[in-house]
Design a protein around this ligand. Structure first.
Ligand code: FMN
Length: 188
């Protein structure tokens, strides 16, 4: 697949058909993620892959967030709230949920660098998802259930949960999202 096709075709998918994902494919997604750049090549990421009973435990934690969604009513609107509530109740039946963690570092510049590196790894993973005919959505690890997520993903002491990825085979048509174009300034 051409890189630009994968970049353009990637969409956040929040409804899955429940089919399992071959662990060998998950390994390839993680492999793609590890080619991301990082400061001094520290590779700050770790991928905690929840499948089966572990995925259900993560799902139960995420379902608890539906009680807090009304905090976002101004951003999401009534329809968006309904969508979000449905999605968070069962994570769109995604068979795989990945937690991405990074070891916390005190230095703010290093922490910013590591956060960027995790974002680059996440995007590599999401593009590899497209190449494999899979679908995914990157999620914030919600503050309300952060501790429970750390437990569910068995994230070690000293590491921070940075993001979640729900993953599976799509059972919805991706929505076209507008893209801002006024995003670059040339300085000469
Ligand atoms: C860091 C990050 C956090 C996100 N958090 C959430 C989230 O908590 N819930 C959700 O439904 N989507 C989440 N998304 C997906 C965005 O809503 C989505 O990327 C955006 O609307 C653009 O749509 P697209 O991914 O289909 O291009 C997140 C995306 C990123 C990169």
């Amino acid at each position: 697949m051409e890189l630009m096709d994968a970049i353009r075709e990637r969409r956040s998918i929040r409804v899955f058909d429940g089919r399992p994902v071959d662990p060998a494919i998950i390994d390839e997604l993680v492999d793609a993620a590890t080619y991301a750049p990082s400061r001094f090549n520290v590779q700050p990421w770790h991928f905690h892959i929840a499948i089966g009973a572990a995925r259900d435990r993560v799902g139960q934690v995420m379902a608890m967030t539906t009680a807090h969604l009304n905090e976002y009513v101004d951003i999401l609107g009534a329809e968006g709230m309904e969508h979000a509530a449905r999605f968070y109740a069962d994570l769109g039946t995604a068979p795989v949920v990945i937690g991405i963690s990074a070891k916390y570092v005190e230095d703010p510049t290093d922490w910013l660098d590591d956060t960027i590196a995790v974002g680059a790894a996440l995007q590599n993973l999401l593009l590899s998802v497209v190449e494999h005919g899979l679908a995914a959505c990157s999620l914030t690890a919600p503050e309300w259930v952060r501790d429970q997520l750390v437990d569910a993903f068995e994230i070690p002491e000293g590491a921070v949960i940075m993001a979640l990825v729900v993953l599976g085979y799509a059972d919805e048509e991706p929505v076209e999202k507008d893209r801002h174009t006024d995003v670059a300034t040339y300085l000469r």
